[in-house]
Design a protein around this ligand. Sequence first.
Ligand SMILES: *Cc1c(COP(=O)(O)O)cnc(C)c1O
Length: 371
Amino acid sequence: MVDLQTQYEFIKDQVDSSVLDIFKNGTFINGPSVKDFQNQLEKYLNVNHVIPCANGTDALQIALMSLDLQPGDEIITSDFTFAATVEVIALLKLKPVLVDIDEDTFNINCNEISKAITSKTKAIIPVHLFGQVANMDQVMKIAESNNLFVIEDNAQAIGAVYNTGKKTGTIGHLGTTSFFPSKNLGCYGDGGAIFTDNDELAHTIRGIVNHGMYKRYHHDVVGVNSRLDSVQAAVLKAKLPLLDFYNERRKEAALLYSKQFIDNKNLLVPIVKESCQSHVFHQYTLRVVNGKRDELSKYLNDNNIPHGIYYPIPLHMQKAYADKRYDKDDFKVSIMMSKQVISLPMHSELSNDQINFISEKVNGFFRAQDS
Ligand SMILES: *Cc1c(COP(=O)(O)O)cnc(C)c1O
């Protein structure tokens, strides 16, 4: 699905020397590379505060912890996302309220958000799924009129630009991301960050990531230990200047895939809303509309073509998050998507030949079906 070895070959000199510097200097934790990367990312995102942390799941948890919520407070998020988004809500004894998605974008359906709001609702977590920006105009409007916080789960969309010119993750009150190796900006292990323009929230979060300490050995709030280590920061420092280039390559790859599938009536290609800027193709996700998704998956397996099914089971149907208040009629779109979606290899190193080869195999599968 990704080709991190080829990507490394191009940045090897820079990565190797900055990582070796850390080994020589012994600054493994909170070394200068962490601060440098933080500053660099603040500039890139045009946001006042970036607080690095250990991974994208922690970033979400810490963002929620900073909001002074009470057990039972309700957090609205998408039924169709990676489990991390809902996991942290449940872990903090808050109440996840899952809602259905838009058919065109796989992102949270704003009409459903409005319907789900109660007096206990405190926050909305839109996820920019597969790299495409959620309808943030609407989300922010709903949040404002109901006095809710917005935390953008930007793990899949770093570098995407919304129609307002703002980068994703900086539109809501808080944004979070993951630097997991396969993400659009990935390190060589685990990493994550929280973004905000709000000075007060930033201060709170800086304490939470460090055991709730604002002064050494004074623990004012219950915190966690969540750090981006210096080696990962050094890798990210080398890669951030290339992020726009990497995202452009992903968009080009997506355009070429979609061109190859133009005559394939069994497939729906990703719909890109507004400008292409707002989709950075963390995944290239097709919808198989003739009911043969699982057969296509098996065929691709037999032909050694990597692919993924994100996500095969909507969250409201997962054992851990099931709840009798959920009615399957309220999740028609996420249920349909879980049966239709299939994601093809997508990364900045894909060659046109590889894309043509993969799409030819996919088209060949349907030709054999149709004949
Ligand atoms: C990857 C991902 C996360 C979690 O990131 P980790 O760094 O793996 O903890 C959270 N939300 C979404 C949407 C993701 O894709």
